[in-house]
Design a protein around this ligand. Sequence first.
Ligand code: TYM
Length: 344
Amino acid sequence: MNKPVILTGLRANNQLHLGNYLGAIQPMVNLQSTHAGEYQLNMFIPDLHSFTTPIDHKQLYRQVIDSLKIFVAAGLDINNPDTFIYRQSYIPAHSELTWILDCFTYFGEASRMIEFKDKSTKAGSDTVSVGLFNYPVLMAADILLYDAKFVPVGEDQKQHLELVRNLATRFNSKFDKDIFTLPEPWDKQMEFSNRDSGLRIRSLRHPDSKMSKSVEDPAGTIMLNDDPELAAKKVMNAETDSIGSIHLDWEKQPGISNLLQILASLSSRKLTEVAAEWEGKSSYGELKKQVAEQVIHFLQNLQTKLSTINEGEIVKKLESDEVAMTKVANAKLLEAQKAVGLRE
Ligand code: TYM
């Protein structure tokens, strides 16, 4: 198990949406086939991250399994011997390393995390949990326990990834030992995933905000379990602008740019190429129609595959990978425990 590691996690606090698919699932599935045999691939569910904001706890266990089924339906080959799926809470080293890293994270730097600032502003300070504040440190443990070099994530996680690099650098230099492997910097991450820049799919109704599962925005969010026709209606009703001419311009035309981005990502083409095709055209309706058709096609395919997934096989693989990954995580935790003086 000495191959370089590609790792990502998707919370299961709700059903997954198109932003999750394009930001993290699709890149992992693509990397699995383009780099077959060269890398170890860890695709896990950070289930402890699920309730940093309030959720329906009765649904959580089921949603974890449903998310894993989506990965497989999206094309993740779990029979690949270099691929591992697991649940964070089944590997206690994640929580233990988090506490150690917490004590090397500055309050100021954690306070500067934009995701925390955004979510805590929305929730109001009385209901913001310490877990929400602390979640990037848990994410650091998720990554550092496995020496992950590449972490395919959407643009919203860029700052967290930078924090992970800072924490690893600080820890290694304090103890004068390369205990943690630094994940590659953002530009290298983009290059590796064959992207020009980080992906941020916006809400169809509020294109200044990202498409998100924690926002009450059903008309702006395409859920992966949406009825395809309903999803197409959401696209047709997408908020645009009154400029009347199509340009890729996130400042002045975020709604139009978002549609171009969705079209490009779903057809696995470069955004610049798709934008050039539509540049200066006036029919917003035509653009929406094409995006809607792509969305229908994508959801129909995904949902058809989903209905054939064997849940038993996933659970079997999950349980055996959790045993394997516990060993890896414990070995790294022990190195950190030794460094801080908890073990001899
Ligand atoms: P989460 O669960 O919020 O989102 C899962 C993945 O989906 C991406 N994403 C998006 N990408 C593009 N456009 C959007 N609108 C959009 N919304 C979400 C996210 O960037 C992410 O890649 N902290 C992480 C989960 C996590 C993790 C980790 C990720 C925990 N530990 C270790 C990588 C490595 C999160 O909250 O993602």
